[in-house]
Design a protein. Sequence first.
Length: 389
Amino acid sequence: MTRAAIGVGMVGYAFMGRAHSQAWRNVGRFFDVPAEPRLAAICGRDEAATQAAADRLGWAAAELDWRRLVERDDVDIVDVCTPGDTHAAIAVAALEAGKHVLCEKPLANTLDEAEAMAAAAAAAPAARTMVAFNYRRVPAVALIRSLVAEGRLGEIRHVRARYLQDWPLDPEFPLLWRFDREQAGTGAIGDLASHIVDLAQHLAGRPIAEVTALTETFIRERPLPSGDGRGPVTVDDAALFLARLEGGAVATFEVSRLAPGHRNGLWIELNGSRGSVTFDLERLNEIELYEAGAGAPAEGFRRTLVTEPEHPYAGAWWPPGHILGWEHTFVHEVRDLLDAIGSGAPAEPDFASGLQVQRVLDAVVRSARTRRWETTAPDGAQPREGSVQ
Ligand code: SOE
């Protein structure tokens, strides 16, 4: 059977561009998607590099101006894989042109931009939007979400999350865009905390209502990429914060880019009134589940390998025990977006969910500055009485 085709245009071709390209290429090989992605065009500013990326990653054409990419008739989905300072302009233009949009995280660099993006999405109800919080699409994480939704852990009381990396540990590591507030908005907050804030809210099924935070920049200047002197780091290296979720759960978060030995260490635990569950990205095929009531001597955390056909996403791949990796999360992400486009159901997390994460990140930045609890409410109002106990 021949499937309908759907055209994809991607802006950016670096790390995330490569990860997303592989997802668009492979999704139809493994999942029964309603339309087969056609890799219509990829866009970048450097002509030779963009053409080389098109050839290597399998895109039919190379564009040098994202406005032209967005206007192309053969592009139905615009995939935004650029630094945060360009997300809003590209995504809003794409939505106004009637395209579906997949956008890398965090949704934007500022709350104003995120609000504009969510408003553009609301004004284009036929378009599906999705923020690329890919860790929701680890089968083990998706399984945790269903266990929580079924009530297997009882009422969620604690969420405990950290995301630690060490790639810029060397003070001689260059001052890339990720260290520049103009281009990246924030440092570990936008890059790393955005993921665990999204996971915490998604897994607990409740939004964060207020936070109290501290941030630190340990390495305050780095060599300029040109090799010509040094420049200031204008973002955070690390952030720690406490949060209250609506409905009474409490949470702790820690993110750092300067945690030696932690290459890409995302870890999250939820404790409910009846059980606990933990997930560690460095062992991403597993969960550790504790369910109270088994009684001695069987009571304790139990490891489950999440590769059975009945587990989320896993059945589309290999036989049980044939483990999956990081790149599969992007395949799952575009599968879910294509399904939403096909069915007309909302994609998740959409721009409204991305905006909620942005409100939390904004409250973290404010709280680190004011040294007070800060609300995530849009109008700055304190959480409604009773919503946070
Ligand atoms: C770098 O810190 C990075 O690539 C993040 O930008 C990604 O979102 C994360 O998934 C892996 O680390």
